[in-house]
Unconditional design. Structure first.
Length: 327
């Protein structure tokens, strides 16, 4: 048997061997608390990262169709009922040389349905009248349509609109000329309907109505359309001033007379709203007149016997015109 001291020594060695094995495999080291301050140093020692800019959202491209720009009309066709002065007209001429005093007078005459030679007198008497807000917008103004497709197959056609009142003459549906007119004082004196030029007389004289001198009233450049109703030169003192005839100022009356032919169709309507119905109602008549009319004749030169009213010549005395012509 082994002696006691030897056993103790062996036991110590065995224990020491086991202790070393545990240290190697189990990490049986004494745990110490971790100093967190050391981690701050590690974090601060690293360079700060630059912040990335926010990423833009990528959206699929859309095909955009550009709309054509909307053209705004600069034409102000409004008007005011007021008094206008010669000084104001002079300023208009200074601003726009095309707006001569004669042109301004003509614009006012057309808008107020009067002969041009009445306007200066109305201005001097400070009479209120229709005055355009923009005279330039009225240089080529007309209340009538410039194109009427329904007239495109008709060589020549005369249209009279009572509520304006205006007359226009059309060639192949396109407006060739127009003017303000004076029609019957009472509603039924100038009858709406479809007619044609039955007679032409450049020196016609009224057999019914005398003038202020008691003489038969001259009705130059007359076109008879029905009964005793003629389209002729007359004293246009307003839109409703005749006994039933259609009175025109001198210059456009001459132009219309030389343009029109016998059998040229004439339509009188109460308003433009009645045009379509009137064309439908008188379709057979217009067809027959168109056949009789044939090919449109060329415009003839104005007759030499008539003296045109020009800006240099001035205008006739309104009082004399009223005495000479009949209503």
């Amino acid at each position: 048997m082994e002696k006691g001291p030897v056993v103790v020594v062996r036991f110590i060695r065995l224990y020491a061997s086991l202790f070393m094995v545990c240290m190697f495999f189990g990490g049986c080291a004494v745990r110490q608390p971790v100093d967190l301050a050391q981690t701050e140093y590690l974090e601060s020692s690293e360079e700060p990262r630059a912040e990335e800019p926010p990423r833009e959202k990528v959206t699929p491209e859309k095909t955009v169709t550009e709309k054509p720009p909307v053209r705004k009309s600069n034409l102000d066709r409004r008007w005011s009922m007021r008094v206008i002065t010669d000084k104001e007209i002079s300023k208009l001429t200074e601003k726009d040389p095309e707006l001569t005093p004669v042109v301004c007078m003509e614009i006012l005459a057309r808008l107020n349905t009067k002969a041009r030679y009445y306007i200066p007198d109305d201005i001097k008497k400070h009479k209120a009248m229709k005055v355009p807000n923009n005279f330039s917008a009225y240089k080529d103004w007309t209340p009538l349509p410039r194109n009427i497709p329904e007239f495109s197959r008709i060589p020549k056609f005369i249209l009279i609109v009572k509520d304006i009142p205006f007359i226009g003459w059309y060639q192949q549906g396109k407006l060739t000329g127009d003017t303000q007119i004076g029609i019957g004082k009472m509603y039924g004196w100038t009858k709406a309907g479809a007619y044609k030029v039955m007679d032409k007389d450049p020196d016609h004289v009224s057999t019914v109505y005398p003038n202020a001198y008691g003489e038969p009233s001259p009705m130059p450049f007359a076109l008879r359309i029905y009964d005793r109703v003629w389209i002729h030169t007359g004293d246009v003192i307003g839109g409703y001033c005749s006994h039933g005839c259609i009175n025109l100022p001198l210059e456009p009356s001459e132009q219309l007379y030389n343009w029109a032919d016998k059998n040229t169709p004439v339509m009188i309507i109460d308003s433009m709203n009645d045009l379509h119905n009137a064309l439908t109602r008188h379709a057979d008549f217009l067809k027959s007149v168109n056949t009789a009319q044939g090919v449109a004749s060329k415009n003839k030169a104005p007759t030499e016997r008539t003296q045109r009213i020009s800006p240099a010549q001035g205008a006739p005395d309104p009082s004399e015109s009223k005495k000479i012509f009949s209503e």
